[in-house]
Design a protein. Structure first.
Length: 729
């Protein structure tokens, strides 16, 4: 049965032919696989009418490779009443169009399935004859194609490789020639008529372009490489990429888009007009990329030179914003006669003068302490021997008495030395400042703001603090609670200089706190110009005014500043302009009070001395059994014997009511006083190793020897003064 089926299909295969469509026409008579059962003998080789079958076609290459077909297609068809099928292999199948008909032998493999397309059986593998499909499909010639006569091509001519024309190429008629790719012409090209380049495709000329006549560019001209133009007149808008120009004069407005690089010296001559640099950078950060103008490179930045000389009327740089036409600050010229117009200069002078003033007060107190300490030492080394006729003796003072008095003298001397050094340094600082101000005179910074401030962190991040609030500084953090504060300060409104910038994402934790200058302060009640402003005590950020005459010692450390404006309303809260950080005479009223008190006490002491002298005289008279005022200067007195246990030199001088014994103060006494004073300093927590005075004493023997000699000389002078006051001539 299989043999008959095979013979039938082979005969049907001979009907294969090519049509004019993309495909191979295939016709065949299908012989059924089963015998027809008849009475007697079954009939074999019967055709299969009106049945659905599946046929699988495979086109193989010249090697007849069964595993790698060039094309595979499965078709389901119905046989007609005579068992015939008629179909086109590859119809509506794009893969058929991709077959490369390269002139080599091809094979057609046919498989059939009578059960629906899942169980194909091999039917045949036949060679396709050459001419039918070559005439129908693409022609590929592996050798040379020579045509001796004319060749007419009714369709398109596609040349995938290079095309060489040994003779002229003539395009006749008005038929255009389209070149979608690159046209390379090695020889001379003559264009006898107009040359138009249409569309959006560029025209590239790698060599020189010489135009003998006028050249009109109705649209943009882009020149990418080096272009030499003797004279170029541009009447309209022109855009240039890279351009090198020896001399360029532009009479009208020019717009340069993109990055513009100008090498060499650049001169922008405004001739009375403004040179403006605009930018739309939206960012407000302080990084370098957020600034419209960047001067990059070199060791110096921007140099500004104005016409003529400089003065306060010469503004080198002025600062504005869009909120006002009034400048917020400026860097202006300055000459020595204008120093007084500079608030910074006035403030610096005030601060330097305060340093000198404060140092002078410290030195005055130190000298006074040293004098008193010297008097105490003389007192410890002096005895009064009254002539009262009683038994007993007068003993020389022991080392302890002189030593302890000497410790106080040495401490006072150290204080005096350090105070003198501070005074010298303060005077030197002012001299250096004044000298530098003259040497480096030239410009100054002026601003509508009035104080110097720094960012300080709030102690309580949730506390509401606003400008004008009085705050207490504790451990570098601020709060409106000033109890126990190390310093009382004010939150600034608009500082001229602001330091200690916090991290960008933590600015809300900080406030701008004024250190020096003028700042508005919330003050309750009446205020007069010159009053001191101190915290109100309510810890609510407000202050009160107190006159200099009424200030107390314990209030000095709480002074915020001095009022420079006033308020006449007794029950109101107002913003008072206050000078902070420059109230150098805060302790003047206290000092004046102390001076008055000392003067009064001095008078009282003088009166007491007179009274004591009268009492001594009266006692002497009574002891001697004489009436008051009966003794005279010629009468003799009984003297107390002197016991000099420490073999110390002494001198006896006649006083009005007895004798004064002056014991000698030796160099050894001063040396022991130094030793005791140093030990006492260490016990009190003083770092003597890093203290200027004690470091000099420990490491500079010549300085110590000179200081001891000066102390002995001062004590000697005080001793002579003591003798002149209390003894007879």
């Amino acid at each position: 049965m299989k043999k008959l089926l095979l013979i039938a299909l082979c005969i049907c295969f001979s009907t294969l032919l090519f049509s004019q469509t993309d495909g191979i026409s295939y016709q065949a008579v299908i012989i059924g696989p089963d015998d027809l059962e008849l009475p007697g003998v079954d009939s074999q080789g019967n055709y299969l009418p009106n049945a659905t079958i599946a046929i699988k076609f495979s086109i193989l290459d010249a090697n007849n490779d069964q595993n790698n077909p060039l094309f595979v297609e499965t078709r389901t068809v119905d046989t007609d009443e005579f068992g015939r099928v008629n179909l086109i292999i590859g119809l509506d199948n794009d893969e058929f169009k991709e077959i490369n008909w390269d002139g080599e032998i091809k094979f057609l493999r046919v498989e059939i399935d009578f059960e629906g397309g899942t169980n194909f059986e091999f039917l045949s593998n036949e060679r396709l004859t050459y001419l039918p499909y070559v005439l129908h499909r693409d022609i590929k010639a592996t050798g040379t194609l020579t045509v001796d006569d004319r060749t007419f091509l009714n369709g398109e001519l596609v040349v995938e490789g290079p095309a060489n024309f040994n003779d002229a190429l003539t395009v006749i008629g008005d038929v255009p020639s389209y070149l979608s790719g690159t046209l390379t012409v090695d020889g001379e090209t003559n264009i006898n008529n107009a040359f138009s380049v249409n569309g959006q495709n560029p025209t590239d000329l790698s060599g020189s372009l010489r135009v003998g006549g006028n050249a009109n560019f109705e649209r943009d001209l882009g020149v990418l490489g080096l272009t030499t133009l003797n004279d170029l007149t541009v009447t309209g808008q022109a855009s240039f990429g890279d351009m090198s120009v020896d001399n360029l004069t532009v009479n009208l407005s020019s717009v340069l888009n993109g990055v513009t690089t100008i090498n060499g010296e650049t001169l922008i001559d405004g001739q009375g007009n403004q040179v403006r640099i605009t930018s739309n950078l939206p960012n407000q950060g302080n990084t370098i990329g957020n600034h419209p103008l960047l001067i990059d490179g070199g060791n110096n930045g921007l140099a500004i030179r104005v016409n003529g000389s400089r003065s306060n009327d010469t503004n080198f740089i002025t600062f504005y914003d869009q909120m006002s036409n009034t400048p917020w600050g400026r860097i202006e010229g300055e000459i020595p006669s204008e120093f007084g117009n500079n608030a910074d200069y006035e403030f610096d002078q005030s601060s330097l003068e305060f340093d000198i003033y404060d140092s002078e007060i410290d030195l005055g107190f130190a000298i006074a302490h040293q004098v008193i300490s010297g008097a105490q030492l003389i007192k410890a080394s002096t005895d009064f021997r009254a002539c009262i006729g009683l038994g007993g003796c007068l003993a020389s003072p022991g080392p302890a008495d002189i030593g302890f008095a000497g410790v106080e003298l040495i401490s006072a001397t150290a204080q005096t030395v350090l105070a003198a050094l501070v005074l010298d340094r303060s005077n030197l600082n002012k001299a250096i400042y004044d000298n530098n101000k003259i040497i480096y005179q030239g410009v100054t910074y002026a601003s509508g703001a009035g104080d110097y401030a720094e960012y300080l962190k709030r102690e309580d991040l949730n506390e509401n603090i606003t400008y004008g609030d009085i705050v207490g500084l504790k451990g570098g953090k601020i709060s409106k609670n000033v109890i126990g504060a190390e310093r009382v300060m004010v939150v600034s409104y608009k500082p001229i200089v602001l330091g200690n910038m916090p991290p960008k994402d933590r600015e809300s934790e900080y406030e701008k706190v004024a250190f020096m200058g003028q700042v508005p302060v919330k003050v309750y009640g009446k205020v007069k110009i010159g009053d001191y402003i101190i915290p109100s005590g309510m810890n609510d950020g407000t202050g009160v005014a107190i006159s200099p005459e009424d200030i107390r010692v314990e209030q000095i450390k709480h002074i915020v500043g001095v009022a420079w404006s006033e308020n006449n309303q007794a029950i109101s809260k107002s913003m008072i302009n206050v000078a902070v950080g420059i109230n150098k005479n805060d302790n003047n009223p206290i000092i004046k009070k102390l001076e008055n008190k000392i003067s009064i006490q001095s008078q009282e002491i003088t009166e007491l001395k007179t009274q004591i002298a009268d009492i001594y005289k009266a006692l002497n008279d009574i002891k001697n059994g004489k009436p008051l005022n009966a003794l005279n200067e010629d009468e003799s007195y009984n003297e107390l014997p002197i016991n000099n246990y420490y073999n110390r030199k002494y001198e006896v001088a006649q006083a009005e009511y007895g004798e004064i014994v002056y014991w000698e103060i030796t160099k050894e006494d001063i040396q022991k006083a130094f030793d005791m004073a140093r030990k006492q300093m260490v016990l009190n927590g003083v770092d003597v190793e890093n203290n200027y005075f004690w470091n000099k004493i420990d490491n500079d023997p010549a300085y110590k020897e000179t200081l001891i000699t000066e102390l002995i000389d001062k004590l000697d002078k005080q001793l002579h003064y003591h003798k002149s006051v209390f003894t007879k001539d």
